[in-house]
Each structure stands twice: as structure tokens, then as C-alpha cells.
Write a protein that binds this ligand. Structure first.
Ligand code: FES
Ligand SMILES: [Fe+2]
Length: 420
């Protein structure tokens, strides 16, 4: 038997890269673990004509305030300058590439790189080079060196309802157009006045970022995977609700209304594990919902391609930023918030209900695991594909959440950017 496999013959084995012909109802599994796709996403998605969510305006509310964040894998500084405008630039020193800002945020007059002390203003302009003229007439930079020719890349900024978005592209449409009218309206529904940040945490997910992004647009799974929801009657597909998807397909909002009358026997009839009438909360105040937006809608989950989630689960409000950290690793940055005029009761209610979401959240802890189940499940399935036929093959608005329309919308938008 010949065991002399020629060098390179394994890595040269062809990897399928063609999208299955036809529709958005099939997703090839190589899309979650191809290194080529991962590299291309930085160029074509994050650095392409998209608006990346960077932070809340409330996090840089005063001149001199700054936050560090990311545009895909590119580190970014967001700062408010003395002209009260918000600027963002790559967090990369023009000299040898070190991070300019090392911490998560704070207040500064300017920034100095720790490596060789090159200095930048809050707009990211290079202002000073240590020993630029040398010492005792020796050394230093050449006379031809011009500071304004050197500096980190600068982002375009768009502000919308207290959200700060950034883009490296000149071709991205204005933010309102990018969001689509219905999604924009549903952002303003929650962020109808200035937010006050109440907390932050990062959750690491053992899966490709796209698996999380599909999950958050997947209205079908919510009441099936998250048994807390259905057991305590917070979210059942039979409740009144629906979904809007932006014309691009990339942005969506799903919402539901409390309606005890719809608690029929649909789940029991199917024998779904969500149905268990024996469980009771020891402290029912956990689910003490206040109709703060005066429309009876107790849950709204909204996404903006490629990295933003806005959460209203009862009175638990948060933004989530989805960031790729490798082929099979994703950082989910949560920022919880309320409003300046929250009463002490509302503050307590929000704090209590924040236990519903997050890595140990009663309802969403499963989302931290299920993406990893897929990542592991498809490890050797490059030639296979997922089926997305719930609710048909379209990506348009639906009066139901028993559909995968928003997930298909994600793939429509993703493929348009990626050219796959
Ligand atoms: S790398 Fe920043 S000053 Fe040298
Ligand atoms: Fe979920």
C-alpha cells in the first residue's frame, strides 16, 4: 500500500464555494468555517458599505469622553471632541501599529501611544512625534516627514436615536435609508429619549458570528428552545405579534403582545417540552411588566446588519454588539440601559428583569450554547446545507413569527455584500 501522500494534496482538496443554486432556503455549511470567507468578510462586510454599530451616544456624552470598540476585527476609538462632534478612527498607531488607546473608555484631552509616545488628538490626527527633530542635532525624522500624511484610518459617523454607527465606505446610504422606515420607527419606539447606561458585559460564544446573527433573527426558535418563555407565558407563537424585515433583508424587528387569551393548547397538542403547567415562579415580581411604551408590546428584538441588536424583553433594555473573534468564536458585547427619568421602582424592575437575558439569563442562556451545537454539528458537512423553508421562501414582512423570513433576509443581505 502506498502511504506516501504527496505534500499539499490534502489541503488542495477542493472546498465547495458555490452557493446552492436557487433560493435563500438553503445555506451551505462551509459558510461557517471557511478561513477564506472569514477574511473576505472583514473587507466586504465590515469595511464595505455598511453601518457598523459602535456604541451608544450616552457612552461619549461629554467633550473628551471616549470608548474603544471594533469594526469587525479592526479596533476603533470613538471620541467626542471639544466641538461636541463624535469622531471615530482606527485604534492603530501610525508608527509601528500599536494600539493607541488601551482601555475600554474614559475621558482624555488627547491620546499618546505607550510605545514611542506619538500623540494624537481626539479626531485621530497625529499631532506630535517624540524626538521628531532628534537630540543635539542628531537623529530624528527626515525633514520630508509630514505628520498629516500619517495617521490611523478615519470612519464616517452616523447618529440615529442615540446610537453611534461607523463606516469606512463612501458608498453606504444615509442611515435612515439603510435602516428602512419600519425598522427605524421601531428603534425610535424604544430609544425615544436619551439612554442612561446601567451596565456592560461581554459574553463569548463558541461559534461563528453568523450563527448568532441567524439565531437572533430566528423567531421560530424563541418559544421552542427557550422554555422559560412559554412556561411562564411570556412568549408563545400563538400570541399576537409579527415581524418586519427591511427592504435590504439585513435589518428586522420581531415583536409580541401580552395576550393571555391566546394561551391555547397548541404546545401541549404537539407534546413540546415548553408546556409544563406545574412550574411557578417563587417571586412573580420578576415578570412584573410595565407598559412603558404604551402600546402593549412586551417584547421586541431588532437587528441592524451586520452587528447590532436592540433588545426589549419586558422592561429589560439592552444593545448587543456582535463581533467576530475567529472562525468559531464570537464576542457579544451587552450594554444595558434605562432612562434618566426612571423611577426607583422602574430601576429595580429593569435590574431584576436583566436576569432574563445574558449568558446566565433565564430565557436566553440557551442561545449561548446552541450556536456551538451547530458549529460542532456541521464540522464535517461542507457538502451539506441547512433548510430554511419555515414560512416559505420569501424575506418580506409577516404577520406571524412561525417563519424564517428574517433569517432568509440576513442571507439575502449577506450574499449581496459578499458576492457569494
Ligand atoms: S508604535 Fe506608537 S509610537 Fe511607536
Ligand atoms: Fe434565542
Amino acid at each position: 500500500m502506498n502511504v506516501n501522500v504527496p505534500p499539499g494534496s490534502i489541503s488542495n482538496s477542493p472546498q465547495p464555494t458555490e452557493w446552492p443554486e436557487g433560493t435563500l432556503t438553503r445555506v451551505p455549511f462551509w459558510i461557517y468555517h471557511s478561513p477564506d470567507i472569514y477574511a473576505l468578510e472583514q473587507q466586504r462586510v465590515y469595511e464595505g458599505p455598511v453601518w457598523n454599530f459602535l456604541c451608544l451616544e450616552a457612552e461619549v456624552s461629554k467633550p473628551g469622553d471616549y470608548r474603544t470598540t471594533f469594526l469587525g476585527s479592526m479596533p476603533v476609538v470613538v471620541a467626542r471632541d471639544s466641538d461636541d462632534e463624535i469622531y471615530a478612527f482606527e485604534n492603530r498607531c501610525a508608527h509601528r501599529g500599536a494600539l493607541i488607546v488601551l482601555d475600554g473608555g474614559g475621558h482624555a484631552r488627547d491620546f499618546t501611544c505607550v510605545y514611542h509616545a506619538w500623540n494624537y488628538d481626539l479626531k485621530g490626527n497625529l499631532k506630535a512625534v517624540a524626538f521628531e527633530d532628534g537630540v543635539n542635532g542628531k537623529g530624528g525624522m527626515p525633514k520630508t516627514f509630514c505628520r498629516s500624511d500619517h495617521g490611523p484610518r478615519k470612519l464616517r459617523i452616523a447618529l440615529f436615536a442615540g446610537l453611534v454607527f461607523g463606516s469606512l465606505s463612501e458608498d453606504v446610504p444615509p442611515i435612515e435609508e439603510y435602516l428602512g422606515e419600519e425598522v427605524a420607527t421601531r428603534i425610535k419606539r424604544v430609544l425615544h429619549k436619551p439612554a442612561v447606561v446601567t451596565g456592560r458585559f461581554t459574553q463569548m460564544l463558541p461559534n461563528n458570528w453568523k450563527l448568532y446573527y441567524e439565531n437572533v433573527k430566528d423567531t421560530y426558535h424563541a418559544s421552542l428552545l427557550h422554555t422559560f418563555f412559554t412556561t411562564f407565558g411570556i412568549n408563545r407563537l400563538s400570541q399576537k405579534g409579527g415581524m418586519v424585515v427591511s427592504p435590504s433583508g439585513g435589518n428586522h424587528a420581531s415583536f409580541s403582545f401580552v395576550d393571555k387569551s391566546t394561551q391555547g393548547n397548541d404546545y401541549a397538542a404537539m407534546g413540546l417540552r415548553s408546556e409544563n403547567e406545574d412550574f411557578k415562579l417563587k417571586d412573580p415580581t420578576l415578570l412584573d411588566n410595565a407598559d412603558e411604551f404604551n402600546d402593549g408590546c412586551h417584547m421586541q428584538i431588532l437587528t441592524v446588519f451586520p452587528n447590532f441588536v436592540l433588545q426589549q424583553i419586558q422592561n429589560s433594555l439592552a444593545v448587543r454588539q456582535v463581533l467576530p473573534k475567529g472562525l468559531g468564536e464570537t464576542a457579544l458585547n451587552w450594554t444595558t440601559f434605562g432612562f434618566a427619568d426612571d423611577t426607583p421602582e422602574m430601576k429595580t424592575r429593569r435590574l431584576r428583569q436583566n436576569n432574563l437575558a445574558g449568558p446566565a439569563g433565564y430565557v436566553s442562556m440557551e442561545d449561548g450554547a446552541v450556536g456551538g451545537f451547530v458549529q460542532r454539528g456541521v464540522a464535517a458537512a461542507d457538502g451539506e446545507r441547512a433548510v430554511l423553508e419555515m414560512g416559505g421562501s420569501g424575506t418580506t414582512n409577516e404577520g406571524t413569527r412561525a417563519t424564517e423570513a428574517a433569517v432568509r433576509g440576513f442571507w439575502k443581505c449577506y450574499r449581496a455584500h459578499m458576492g457569494v
